[in-house]
Design a protein around this ligand. Sequence first.
Ligand SMILES: Cc1ncc(COP(=O)(O)O)c(C=O)c1O
Length: 387
Amino acid sequence: MSNLMSNYYPLEVTFVKGRGCWLTDTSGNEYLDALSGIGVVNLGHSHPAITKSIVNQSKQLLHTSNVYRIANQEKLATRLCGLANMDKAFFSNSGAEANEAAIKIARLFARTKNIQNPIILTANQSFHGRTMATLSATGQSKVQEGFSPLMSEFFHVDFDDTNAIKKFSVNNNVVAVMVEPVQGEAGVIIPEDDYLNKVKLLCKKNDWLFILDEVQAGMGRTGKLFAHQHNNITPDILCLAKGLGNGVPIGACLARGKAAEMLTPGTHGSTFGGNPLVTGVALSVLDVFDSESILENVMKMSQYFESEFKAKIMDCNSVKELRIKGLMIGIGLDENIIDCSKLTQKALEDQLLINITGNSIRLLPPLIISKKEIDILIKKILKLISI
Ligand SMILES: Cc1ncc(COP(=O)(O)O)c(C=O)c1O
């Protein structure tokens, strides 16, 4: 028995070391990490540039608070805003907090329009976090159970259904639409290619803020630094976290235009948010994207995974479909043939780390994965789902 609260149910394994796509447990066994700490360690474990950045920054300065200017934070804001075509940044410690900032911005935006009971549209099956506001925004009842009263401003519509959003054009209380470009926690659900373009148009037409939650799909995961760049559009607010710090806790809420002007002194804050350590590491993460052509590797390995999977596994009768965007991978399984609830444990026994969401295997391997490692991954998946 441990003294930890029971909100997690960890698998019976403890890792002590990580290198690239591999983790080592307390007995020295090596596991292929096809989950990256749920889309966090995108550049792999113990990346030398990230380790160096952590060591150097910790020797200089860890924390001062946002009472003073923080050079790394200002540099990171400039760099991210330049890359994402945004105007301003707020730094948080997690994805949920990045989304909280976006929701607060939407409320302040509502006040400028004299709307007292604002509505934010979010999608069914979405996941936006575990704080009270973000779990209310989330479109999954299992995340909300036991926590009512929820915040009442979130109206849920079907994902990838712009007509459902359009119907709200007559509702004067709507102030924003918040969606994920690819739904991650729902099991990698990829919308039609032009979904985001249509949502953007509707937001523009109705003077709603378009909030994109790229906490999971951002930072190179889909093959572009930001997932919406596949669509050549810019949201009003872009939320990032996970891969931004490659393992150090950092989130970012980037905003442009009117949305960037909403937070004024005293309206929002965070003690740790954007401290010299985490923002220094995030700057190094961006450097590695440039120096190691990470996005090119994502596209190459994505194509390689897809072709190898189709050649070797697609005929396996337990597989229904493959959903893949960059290295965000969902494998839909037939629950009549295979018991998905046992697969995480079975994979662990074969020294493979995966996630199961409903009837799907979710894979989020490190973006630095090689062809050789994809071969191993596919072999292990085949073994896992062959009956
Ligand atoms: C799309 C999305 N938004 C928000 C979150 C919440 O992020 P965090 O757990 O860092 O608060 C997650 C986490 O899985 C996510 O996938």
